[in-house]
Ligand binder design. Sequence first.
Ligand SMILES: NC(=O)c1ccc[n+]([C@@H]2O[C@H](COP(=O)([O-])OP(=O)(O)OC[C@H]3O[C@@H](n4cnc5c(N)ncnc54)[C@H](O)[C@@H]3O)[C@@H](O)[C@H]2O)c1
Length: 308
Amino acid sequence: MGASGITKVGVLGIGLMGSGIAQVSAAFGFETVVVDVSEEVVRRGMARIEDSLARLVASYERSGGQRGISAEQKGATLAKLRATSNRQQLMDRDIVIEAVTENYSAKAELYQQLVRLGYSGLLASNTSSISITQLAANYSRPDRFIGMHFMNPVPIQPGVEVIRGLLTSEETSRVCLAFAEELGKVPIPAEDKAGFGINRMFVPFLNEAVRVVEEGIMSVEDADKTTLCLGHKMGPLTTLDYVGLDTALAVAEVLEAELGPAYKPAPLLRRLVQAGHFGVKNGKGFYVYEEGKPLSVNPAVARYRIKA
Ligand SMILES: NC(=O)c1ccc[n+]([C@@H]2O[C@H](COP(=O)([O-])OP(=O)(O)OC[C@H]3O[C@@H](n4cnc5c(N)ncnc54)[C@H](O)[C@@H]3O)[C@@H](O)[C@H]2O)c1
């Protein structure tokens, strides 16, 4: 057991982020249970984790053990991981990390359910933008509530913002900073203001990239190309497709409400979400994808222009 004292971890949500958090937690030796709404969603989430582990094993074999993980490490990770649609299985956890849809009411209702089921351990939200203090008001132990904002893709990106709400205790903060390190991550303390540190800086950048496209300044591919030329590993529109356009829109709306009109979501971002184009997760965003691989720019995006 490490300095945090945590051995049993629960994760709520096996989507893009929850699957990554559960994978990393199991890979670092924590007994991990991950819960989502139905057995079908759980099965899809587990397939994502197995695919991610298989890619890490392939990387290990290609690099002669320099990168990735061995087949034995993959087996050890899966042995520490249990996925279910039964929330009751979270009750004995030292910490539950919530990574469900970026929606205040959905998160609030879930915390109230956990309280009714009898949970009173540490509760961390992976929210990208919603106030930790406001979320904590739905939990019986706001002193044990904190933000742990992992970055996407979780198995690759080292940063985790650790955000104290107004009522988060010193002890909760100490334990969660230590726990982030035990997950092999770099903990970055942040205060509870919309977007915390990273999204305060990063969301306007992504949003402006959408405006560059919708105002006809650059094509989708060229807007991506410009930042690749700056040394970024991924262009902003491809990044938005990986983040999920629905999630990006929800985050921008929270930032706009708290920080003002500079954070107003670009109209094209909203239109794509209204059309049901959420990015890689459902095959259409700024690009069209097949089995996670981009095929072309989405024709719906290419058609959309705001006339000056
Ligand atoms: N996408 C990103 O790049 C990113 C990065 C950092 C943080 N986040 C945050 O992580 C959280 C999850 O985002 P995501 O991108 O993984 O979303 P996602 O849409 O991929 O997954 C959300 C999951 O939550 C599940 N869910 C919804 N309600 C639930 C409930 N009541 N009980 C159990 N499961 C439930 C859904 O079935 C789904 O599997 C959000 O708060 C988001 O802001 C996202």
